[in-house]
Design a protein around this ligand. Structure first.
Ligand SMILES: Cc1ncc(COP(=O)(O)O)c(C=O)c1O
Length: 414
């Protein structure tokens, strides 16, 4: 007897899988106007430039006062920190379990990243803020990991009572809410990415949001060589002095793709949440398997449920068996513990004098080694990520649930 054919592996991916006529139409519009640079298309007789329209719709979508499009999510982080005046001598708390740029952008502005433990939500444990704050701490960078909002109420309370800025890195979680309010609008400033793997994907691109006029003006100046052009002054009059900024502007072509993608975020969210609910309703309560606890389940994006196993030795076999059934799954999702990255092991900036670690000897010092993060080490060895994509169907979701139940039986018996 031949074995039944395996269900084909569904194609993973979020926004980029939804690229279609809407993106084509807006890009063509930019090309036909021959205005690929956002600041030369401000003729009131013509439709507004794409970047300005994107910023307007983004503000309305997340519910904030100011939005600024920039060239990437990493640029957005750097701009946000510069806008808050964070620089040499300052410390920024960020989770050890976070993307490369969360660490490197802090070093790039001359400040020192101070690594925090995650909790079972895979986001920052709010109690870490009290443990890690020193007189030099200026900000907490909250990374909303893979579509799930961190617990913003305790985070804001812990941070603001200590006079710290809260910078929300929403790169992986555009569309996620916490207590009904979009992430990125809880803290002092929020940042987003439109890189390939994101909910809204344009290849590259980023956004900064804030309700603080000063942070907005300084963000504009940091992203545009110190300039504050009339189109921004029309929204918020200039009050800040010019300074030497970087050049992190978004092109009109990127803005066109991002705008079309932004208009699809809610559809992607509803699709992924429905499929995730279909999977989770079947596997909830299986002994030995826990689901990632979520501070506000109603605000979850639903594109990547996580299984947490009690026993780390079973994670590899569990994952391999799911993979053999053509279920896309992983233990690493691009994020790694920062203390295992080469740039942390060397502690270098691009010239040694700029490294915030240059005077700390020996290096790596406590706080930058795996043994200093027992909870992050434990948790990140025990999970399996189950991505759900825009092209997944209800049958794919049922196959994921069937496979988890079957593999659970094989591994745990019963
Ligand atoms: C949490 C997080 N922050 C920042 C970034 C940086 O975004 P970009 O790749 O657009 O520079 C990413 C991108 O992968 C990310 O996942």
């Amino acid at each position: 007897m031949t074995a039944p054919a395996l269900r084909p592996r569904p194609a993973p991916g979020l926004g980029f899988q939804a690229i279609g006529q809407e993106e084509e139409a807006l890009v063509l519009d930019v090309l036909r106007r021959k205005e690929p640079f956002r600041y030369y298309g401000n003729d009131p007789a013509k439709p507004p430039p794409m970047a300005a329209l994107l910023e307007k719709e983004f503000r309305e979508y997340v519910g904030t006062d100011y939005a600024l499009a920039v060239s990437s999510g990493s640029a957005a982080l750097e701009v946000a920190m510069a806008a808050c005046g964070i620089g040499p001598g300052d410390e920024v708390i960020v989770t050890a379990w976070s993307w490369i740029a969360c660490f490197t952008t802090i070093v790039r502005v001359g400040a020192r990243p101070v690594l925090a433990e995650i909790d079972e939500s895979l986001n920052i444990d709010p109690k870490e803020i009290a443990r890690l704050t020193t007189p030099k701490t200026r900000a907490v960078m909250v990374v909303h990991y893979q579509g799930v909002a961190a617990a913003m109420e305790p985070i804001i309370m812990e941070a603001h009572r200590r006079g710290l800025y809260v910078i929300e890195d929403c790169a992986q979680s555009l569309g996620a809410r916490y207590r009904g309010r979009h992430i990125g609008t809880w803290g002092d400033v929020g940042t987003y990415s439109f890189q390939f793997n994101k909910v809204a994907a344009a290849g590259e691109g980023g956004m900064i949001v804030t309700r603080d006029q000063r942070i907005f003006e300084r963000s504009v100046r940091m992203s545009d060589l110190g300039n504050y052009r009339p189109v921004h002054a029309a929204q918020a009059p200039a009050r800040e002095p010019a300074f030497c900024g970087a050049q992190f502007r978004m092109s009109e072509l990127t803005a066109a793709v991002t705008l079309a993608q932004l208009r699809k975020v809610e559809k992607i969210r509803q699709h992924c949440r429905a499929l995730q609910a279909r999977v989770l309703s079947r596997i909830q309560g299986l002994p030995g398997l826990k689901l990632r606890p979520i501070a506000d389940p109603a605000g979850d994006m639903g594109f990547e449920p996580y299984l947490l196993l009690d026993n780390p030795d079973l994670v590899g076999p569990f994952r391999d068996k799911l993979d053999a059934r053509n279920v896309n799954c992983g233990q690493r999702t691009g994020t790694y513990p920062q203390y295992n990255r080469d740039y942390v092991k060397t502690g270098l900036a691009y010239v040694p004098a700029m490294s915030p670690f240059r005077d700390i000897k020996p290096w790596p010092a406590p706080g930058y080694r795996a043994e200093d993060f027992p909870r992050t080490e434990d948790l990140t060895k025990r999970f399996i990520a189950l991505p759900i994509g825009w092209l997944y169907t209800a049958e794919d979701a049922d196959h994921i649930a069937d496979s988890i139940i079957a593999v659970h039986r094989e591994i745990f018996g019963g």
